[in-house]
Structures are given as structure tokens and as C-alpha cells.
Design a protein around this ligand. Structure first.
Ligand SMILES: C[S@@+](CC[C@H](N)C(=O)[O-])C[C@H]1O[C@@H](n2cnc3c(N)ncnc32)[C@H](O)[C@@H]1O
Length: 234
């Protein structure tokens, strides 16, 4: 995907350019270090780079994925939704006049989402929702994946491992310093995510993606299988 000699869209300079869109201080430092260290951003870029379909970023936070993809040369239209008005404001401020065809909207994704067809991403959001709401959101999102599109989920499966508890602790800390929403946490099991997508309809890949972190992050990739069409009888 990336031409190693093309410095303009390489990972490190892309992270620096996104960070420069945020006000100096802790937010800029957070953005820079998060983009540089979190392997979900280059992994998503790899999966989405060659798709012409638009992207829906559910629980987009301050819009990091959208900006990162643009700086890596992705040109699809990108819509971000998040319930946190503060983060949506930061995202819109950062996007202003540099990132075209990128829009961010304040929305609780437990409420109905406007009709969309394309690629869908859901990074570190599910565990903020009660389990029944998680299933209901996934059922709705799977209808939004275009044929040839992909749904990418990143979350921390509840498996009782040391890594799981490290993630839980880090999330509690982020809530305590009031960056993340202070709601009860409901980390799903791997099966609770996987079972929403029938084997006959979706190909899948589920694997750890924790990079150098001590966390239990996994990536879940679901692609609709091509439907066999039976020719109509003459
Ligand atoms: C840990 S942050 C991840 C942000 C972003 N996906 C990223 O990877 O940088 C989780 C995000 O989910 C959002 N969120 C949580 N519950 C939500 C809901 N019901 N509707 C929309 N967004 C929600 C939070 O406001 C927060 O921005």
C-alpha cells in the first residue's frame, strides 16, 4: 500500500501532521503519542486504503482515524459519530479547512443512525454500552456494510486474563481523569461479538492487536460473503 520512498504519506509524518491540527499542550501530545503507538491506525489504513466505499466511524472521539487516513492518502468520504459534544467540537476544529469530505456529528449511537452503506469502524466503543445495546448496535451496523466493504471492531474481550485486567484498570483511570465517559463498563466476550455475524453470511478474522501495550486489544474484521444469485427460471 505505502510506497516506502513516498515520505508524504508515511506513518510518522502523517501522525505529526494530524497532531499539529490540535491545540498545543496535553491534547496535541496525547494525539501524537496515541497515533504513533496504537497499531489500530496503520491496521485500519491497510484494510481501508484500497476501498472506494465511504467510511462510518462509530464513536469517533476527536476524529483521529479520519485525519490519519487522510494523511496516509485515503480519499473516501468519512463520517464520524460520537455522543461526546466536547470531542466532536475538537474534531470539527481540527478538520476545519484541511480535511475535505470529513464530517463529525454529535450522536448517541444507541439511537437510530441515518442510513449508511460502506465500511464501518467501531474502535473501543462497545464496552461503554450495556450488553443488549452492544448486540443491537452490531445488528444494525452489519446492515450498513456494503458488499465488498468491511466492518472493523477493536475492543478488549473479557477473558479474565492479566491483559484484560490491565485494560480495565487503564479505562478506569481514563474515566477518573474525565477524558472518557464515566459510565459503567461492559467488556464483551469474544463470542458476544462473533455470534452476531453468521458464518454463512460473513467471513471473519479475529486476532490480538496489542502492539507494545500491556492491554488485551483485539481486532475483529467482518466481510459480507458474496451472495449466490440463482438465475430466474425462463
Ligand atoms: C475510548 S474512546 C475511542 C475513540 C475513537 N474511536 C478512537 O479510537 O480514537 C470511546 C469513544 O466512544 C464514545 N461513545 C461511548 N458511548 C457512546 C454512545 N452511546 N454513542 C456514541 N459514542 C459513544 C465516547 O464518547 C468516546 O469518544
Amino acid at each position: 500500500m505505502e510506497n516506502p520512498r513516498d515520505e508524504t504519506t508515511a506513518h510518522e509524518p502523517a501522525c505529526a501532521r494530524v497532531a499539529a491540527r490540535f491545540p498545543r499542550g496535553w491534547l496535541r501530545s496525547y494525539v501524537k503519542s496515541k497515533l504513533r503507538r496504537d497499531p489500530i491506525f496503520p491496521a485500519a489504513c491497510e484494510l481501508l486504503h484500497d476501498s472506494d466505499e465511504p467510511i462510518l466511524d462509530v464513536g469517533c472521539g476527536v476524529g483521529l482515524l479520519a485525519f490519519y487516513l487522510r494523511e496516509r492518502g485515503c480519499t473516501q468520504s468519512i463520517i464520524g459519530l460520537d455522543v461526546d459534544a466536547r470531542k466532536i467540537r475538537h474534531a470539527n476544529d481540527a478538520a476545519a479547512s484541511r480535511y475535505h469530505d470529513v464530517s463529525f456529528h454529535e450522536q448517541d449511537v444507541q439511537e437510530p443512525i441515518a442510513e449508511f452503506h460502506g465500511n464501518v469502524v467501531l474502535f473501543d466503543v462497545l464496552h461503554y454500552l450495556p450488553l443488549t445495546e452492544q448486540t443491537s448496535l452490531l445488528v444494525r451496523l452489519k446492515e450498513s456494510i456494503a458488499p465488498g466493504g468491511v466492518l472493523i471492531i477493536r475492543d478488549c474481550p473479557r477473558d479474565g486474563s492479566l491483559r484484560f485486567w490491565m485494560t480495565w484498570l487503564a479505562e478506569k483511570f481514563a474515566q477518573a481523569v474525565s477524558w472518557n465517559l464515566n459510565t459503567p463498563l461492559h467488556f464483551p466476550t469474544r463470542a458476544q461479538i462473533n455470534d452476531v455475524f453468521s458464518e454463512s453470511e460473513f467471513a471473519r478474522e479475529i486476532r490480538p492487536l496489542w502492539g507494545a501495550s500491556p492491554f488485551n486489544n483485539h481486532i475483529f474484521i467482518f466481510r459480507p460473503r458474496a451472495r449466490l444469485t440463482v438465475p430466474a427460471a425462463e
